[in-house]
Design a protein around this ligand. Structure first.
Ligand SMILES: Cc1cc2nc3c(=O)[nH]c(=O)nc-3n(C[C@H](O)[C@H](O)[C@H](O)COP(=O)(O)O)c2cc1C
Length: 169
């Protein structure tokens, strides 16, 4: 799949078929995530791969839109490292780029994935920090639910020419 097709046909996938995803497959997706752009190339991210079904179930107890985790093969928590970021304002931006890279790579490999928002919701951040035992300088940013899927990618037409402005607003 070329990159343009991948961008157009990636969709959030919340239904999985139960086929396991290996740790090597997930590490490979993380590798693509780590190729994302970041401010001053600081790459201020960490990735926690979660296979533990009990952990995944616990996340559904505090995250209101994460029910699909009970069917997921695994999840990946993308975290920002405040001690590595260019300035405190940049780690969420960098982690967003890493999250999108992960989603596109998963789609490119034929896996289904969906971005579950953690940052900037305080209650999800603090619940995730305590569940994952995160050090103070590590901030949970996004959780990606992942699995093999039978749901095909499809194009959703979102092009809005009226949102394009030439030279000035
Ligand atoms: C910051 C952010 C937070 C999101 N949080 C959730 C979530 O908690 N649960 C969920 O099912 N989808 C979540 N999504 C996925 C969006 O619902 C999805 O991207 C959007 O509906 C567009 O659909 P698409 O990804 O298929 O193009 C989130 C997406 C983003 C970018």
């Amino acid at each position: 799949m070329n990159v343009l097709d991948a961008i157009l046909t990636r969709r959030s996938i919340r239904k999985y078929n139960g086929i396991p995803v290996s740790i090597e497959e997930i590490k490979d997706l993380v590798r693509f995530s780590m190729f994302a752009p970041s401010a001053v190339n600081k790459q201020p991210w960490h990735f926690i791969i979660i296979y533990d079904k009990e952990m995944l179930e616990k996340i559904t107890q505090f995250h209101p839109h994460a029910g699909m985790l009970t069917q997921a093969a695994a999840a990946v928590l993308i975290c920002g490292d405040e001690s590595l970021a260019h300035t405190p304002a940049y780690w969420p931006v960098d982690c967003a780029a890493a999250t999108q890279n992960f989603l596109l790579a998963a789609h490119g490999k034929g896996l289904g994935a969906v971005w579950l928002g953690i940052y900037p919701r305080e209650e999800r951040i603090s619940a995730m920090k305590s569940l994952m035992n995160l050090p103070v300088h590590i901030q949970p940013f996004s959780l990606i639910s992942l699995g093999h899927t039978d749901v095909p990618g499809r194009i959703a037409d979102r092009f809005k020419p009226e949102r394009i402005h030439l030279n000035k607003w």
